[in-house]
Structures are given as structure tokens and as C-alpha cells.
Design a protein around this ligand. Structure first.
Ligand SMILES: [Zn+2]
Length: 98
């Protein structure tokens, strides 16, 4: 159902990806499915790696659709000129889908 995207970003992170269910860490509401490329913690979420995002607003903030906690804010990740959400520490919890 959720297909791993294999592109230059995937390749540059070692061709190793997992798809996670991302939840609000406060109320456990689903935020999105997310493809994380390479090892390490999730500090930002690239838009091109998000599946079924439901809670984006026009100001570019990412808020939990249930408890309204602020999860992250839009910015451009300059090294790759890539739109992403910068996540606030401790704002998400995750579990592996595949
Ligand atoms: Zn929440």
C-alpha cells in the first residue's frame, strides 16, 4: 500500500528506508505515514516522504488534528532545497509499518 520511494535522496542515505506511522506524542492521534531514509532519529519530515497528511494548514504549521499540539513548522532544508517540517523535540511518536 505504501511504496518506498527510491530516488537520489534514498540513494544518498544508503538506500535504506522504513515507513513509520507517525503519531502525536501527546494524544496518539495519527498524523501521517512517513518514509524515513537512512538511520537516525526523525528531526524533520520531508513533504515528499509524507503519505496521507491530514493536518497541514495554510500557514505551514503542522498541528495535531485532535489536541492541536504544534508538531512542526514548514521550512526549506537548504542542503537539498527540499520542503520539510522541522519537528519540535518530543512532539511525535512512531512505530514501524514496514
Ligand atoms: Zn494530539
Amino acid at each position: 500500500m505504501y511504496k518506498i520511494k527510491r530516488d537520489k535522496f534514498y540513494a544518498s542515505r544508503g538506500s535504506y528506508s522504513k515507513i513509520y506511522q507517525i503519531k502525536c506524542s501527546f494524544c496518539k492521534t495519527n498524523i501521517t505515514k512517513y518514509q524515513k531514509d537512512g538511520p537516525g532519529i526523525i528531526k524533520r519530515m520531508y513533504h515528499d516522504r509524507m503519505f496521507d497528511i491530514e493536518c497541514q494548514d495554510v500557514s505551514g504549521k503542522l498541528n495535531c488534528p485532535n489536541c492541536k499540539a504544534m508538531i512542526g513548522v514548514n521550512y526549506i532544508y537548504k542542503p537539498e532545497n527540499r520542503l520539510a517540517y522541522r519537528l519540535f523535540a518530543g512532539s511525535i511518536s512512531k512505530s514501524i509499518i514496514k
